[in-house]
Design a protein around this ligand. Sequence first.
Ligand SMILES: *Cc1c(COP(=O)(O)O)cnc(C)c1O
Length: 476
Amino acid sequence: MNIPQQGLSKEEILSALRSFKTRDMDWKGGRVWGYTYNPGAESAEVTGEAYMAYLTENGLDPTVFPSLLKLETDVARAVIALLRGDASAVGHLTSGGTESIMLAVKTARDMARVTKAHITAPEIVLPKTAHAAFHKAAHYLCLKPVIVEIDPATFKVRAEDMERAITENTILLVASAPNYSQGVVDPIAEIGAVAQKHDLLFHVDACVGGVHLSFMRKLGHAVPDFDFTVPGVTSISCDLHKYGYAAKGCSVIMYRNKDIRRFQIFACSDTTGYTLINPTLLSSKSGGPMAGAWAILNFLGEEGYMQIVNEVQDAAKKLIEGVNAIPGLRVLGDPAMCMFSFASESINVYQLADEMAKRGWYIQAQFATPLTPRNIHISVTRGTSRNAEALLADLRECVETVRSIPPIDSGNIRTLVNAALQSPDPLAAFGQLAASAGLAGSELPSEMALINEVLEALPDEVCNMFLVNFFNELYA
Ligand SMILES: *Cc1c(COP(=O)(O)O)cnc(C)c1O
């Protein structure tokens, strides 16, 4: 569009905005098993109003807006208490899990520059199941990610494999509680002991699990220790905009003490402008996400969260049992909470996801790795839990549909991909291949199975290059 010569009316604007959503998937109807964490209409209204009440206030300067200092410290303290930090633990609100992780990694890097100044090529040790945000942080911060394979039966990393990956350049160990892909918790206590033995920082990524697992523990479920009670854990990330059911744009990054946290904070007085002091990545920082998070914690209270966790765990248990009972499907690992994935030896799960999409369900394809099979991820939330039976019924039917339609010839696709790899201009050859699979230009694809096949068959670096090109074309 161009900026209109004359402004539009509020009604015109809001009706246009509503109309843009017609091709979006139906998250309000509880059919999107990822990306959205719907707390229910009443809670959403409270967070929405709280968000709007602080939309314009700027967290940039706590002396001008002490209200935002209060909101941020209130929420951080509440989450530190939930994750059983003691009086020395500290934390900040960030825009999301990625920013929390980026900051934990930057803090480790900057602390090592002082405390381990001999290290010139710093490394961070990551399980294969660690979130891509750690790779992004390593990329942005010029660190080397050292990837540790997981046990393919449990999808957990082994503490001894983490220890073996430590070198004189290591500055940080990472583990997940749980990992996003399979929803299993790494052996945090054992890795904490390794971190202490080697005098290393240890970040626990509880982005998706911090809130939900803590309330599961309070409800008496068997939850492995993953929080500040574990010796050796030095920082934790916990997203409120996931299972905290806050509005998007809110995560917490926490440190065991201020001696570590100080390396996160950036100050600059070397310009003609105002002196800048930024504890987090953002500088101008809307109060909206903070107020939204403050509101939902207070609106739900411990009882509200525990009721949600009960509902969601019931649905997750039903789904995991139900999926395992469908011939040909198999849940991977032993999921710790309400996120899980399943694979199949007899049908193509990418085709299954497409068949489910035709019925309005979004379930998430995850690629195979050298040790693990391609699979479908499902996150159960308050917004989707009521549809567990309906999802299972359609899954059962769609598995039969996939058995009855022509299977994708994965072998043939690998042959085509390998031929493209040999061609003089591999990227152009992949472009053609992907276009024939339905991925080209600035159009969004409607079916993903073939595209997923092609992308999965590509070597990681070529796949990444291809995806960068695709987004480079897709956006303005
Ligand atoms: C979602 C997630 C992240 C990244 O968080 P964003 O809020 O999407 O930036 C990191 N780690 C885990 C385990 C996650 O589930």
